[in-house]
Design a protein around this ligand. Structure first.
Ligand SMILES: C[S@@+](CC[C@H](N)C(=O)[O-])C[C@H]1O[C@@H](n2cnc3c(N)ncnc32)[C@H](O)[C@@H]1O
Length: 236
């Protein structure tokens, strides 16, 4: 089935919004700060990748690439960074590179990295695309297609998860018990997970998939966010 690309539109406050899902791409209080607070700090990064040979992050929903760019920038800025950073992200409705350029202009701190990302941006066809940066020390694997279908077929070992697939109320398929089981299937023991959603259904699906969930203070106006640790395989 061909992909239906996303169409860049904005809410009245300028926040990018999806017409398909009726939801915003990132917090109106700041996309980069949200990425750092929720996804990086929520997964104990950068500390957890320090000194490691290889560290693997999996994200549901690539969107504008903001979380990837924030992670890549944090990795570059960290003198103790892991040797190889692998970032795997799923996207059902990718943007055209021209729309990425318009949206990413909001973050001048990413300008050089975002330009490299767009230079490597694949054709919008379903499939798996491997993009290499910084002499292949940063590898972005983009899976264009529905994560519900593609995630169960993924073979990898993930250290940290970013769950960012629009709100569970508007996009329940990306937070379902089956999808959480697919996350657990590729998680290493002790893998961590972070998301801004604290919906009861999400907590239950993650707990049923053997993730120990915990609420933490959320970003900006949000009271809470969720972190979790994959407990299966722990010895004690
Ligand atoms: C909140 S946005 C992600 C923002 C992104 N993480 C960033 O840093 O810019 C959610 C994304 O999930 C994607 N998405 C929704 N359902 C999906 C599915 N079933 N499979 C793959 N991607 C999906 C949407 O198209 C959208 O781009």
């Amino acid at each position: 089935m061909p992909l239906e690309p996303a169409c860049l539109t904005h809410a009245t406050d300028g926040t990018p919004v999806s017409e398909i899902y009726g939801d915003i791409y990132h917090s109106a209080a700041g996309g980069h700060a949200q990425a750092r607070h929720v996804f990086l700090a929520g997964n104990g990064l950068p500390a957890r990748w320090q000194g490691r040979e290889r560290f693997v992050i999996l994200e549901t929903g690539f969107g504008l690439g903001l979380n990837f760019l924030a992670t890549w920038l944090a990795w570059r800025d960290d003198p103790q960074r892991c040797q190889e950073l692998h970032f795997i992200s799923f996207e059902k409705h990718p943007f055209q590179a021209t729309d990425l350029a318009l949206a990413q202009a909001a973050w001048p701190e990413f300008a050089l990295l975002a330009e490299q990302l767009r230079q490597h941006w694949p054709v919008l066809q379903p499939g798996v695309y491997r993009l290499e940066f910084d002499s292949a020390r940063v590898v972005l694997t983009l899976v264009f297609g529905d994560a519900v279908d593609t995630l169960p077929r993924l073979a990898t070992a993930v250290d940290a998860f970013y769950l960012d697939g629009f709100s569970p109320a508007r996009n329940p398929e990306l937070w379902s018990p089956a999808l959480c089981r697919s996350l657990a299937r590729v998680a290493v023991s002790g893998a961590t997970l972070a998301t801004w959603s604290v919906a009861a259904s999400v907590r239950q699906s993650l707990a049923a998939a053997q993730f120990d969930v915990e609420k933490r203070p959320g970003f900006a106006g949000k009271r809470q966010m969720l972190v979790a640790r994959y407990a299966q395989g722990d010895s004690g």
